[in-house]
Design a binder for this molecule. Structure first.
Ligand SMILES: [Zn+2]
Ligand SMILES: [Zn+2]
Length: 222
């Protein structure tokens, strides 16, 4: 009888340091925030002003931001969220993205990179859509689930060439994009193939500019 209220009151432990209280304690959150990601997501080259894309690439997106490298507390938080169904973590992830982004024009439309259906079924929620929606709410921006997956192949564990080939045919715009600016949200940037083709789908449908907000950059293999 008492089970459900007790479960509601069950405390969280910080995913990174086990401190009782929140899923990410203030100390670990501060550690993530204070290490601003300032390198090109694509080539790791230098960038300025908190951006994460240098000027050497011709891509369907023209600006990018990233919370941090996928390591330490940020990795623990994302892994709990994606693989241990810690659904509430979307609040923390959206907040971290919010802090990494500059002031954006109010006409920017927030769009998540769509998750493949079997992953949504397994988790019981669309992890990227939840973060994107929460970010849009925090910023007072329009949210649109504008892109759909047209293939269901998972990219996990695939080589760079396979990923590229799959990603090239993976997306289609479900809503005709208005000419305008779109902020594409994804959780992890590895080779960049996924976001490149998702951004291309938006451009093909009429978007004049696509920007990118990434939660974590997968560390490069050394
Ligand atoms: Zn902690
Ligand atoms: Zn670069």
């Amino acid at each position: 009888m008492l089970e459900s209220p007790l479960r509601v009151l069950a405390p969280h432990y910080c995913v990174s340091c086990d401190t009782i209280g929140q899923i990410l304690c203030m100390y670990c959150k501060y550690n993530i925030e204070s290490e601003q990601y300032e390198a090109c997501l694509v080539c790791s080259g230098p960038v300025g002003g908190g951006e994460a894309l240098c000027s050497h690439h011709i891509l369907p997106y023209s600006r990018a931001w990233c919370v941090g490298e996928r390591s330490a507390a940020l990795r623990a938080l994302l892994d709990q969220y994606k693989f241990e169904r810690a659904k509430d973590a979307y609040h923390e992830l959206a907040q971290l993205l919010d802090l990494s982004l500059p002031v954006l024009p109010e006409d920017v439309v927030v769009v998540p990179v769509p998750t493949i259906a079997p992953h949504i079924r397994r988790r019981g929620f669309d992890h990227t859509a939840l973060v994107a929606k929460e970010l849009a709410k925090r910023r007072g921006l329009i949210y649109q689930h504008a892109i759909e997956r047209v293939t269901t192949t998972s990219q996990l564990g695939k080589g760079k060439r396979d990923r590229r080939k799959q990603a090239a045919q993976a997306f289609a715009c479900v809503r005709p994009a208005q000419p305008g600016r779109y902020l594409l949200i994804d959780d992890i940037f590895t080779t960049g193939a996924t976001v490149e083709f998702a951004a291309q789908a938006l451009r093909d449908a009429g978007a004049t500019e696509v920007w990118l907000a990434i939660v974590a950059r997968q560390p490069l293999e050394k």
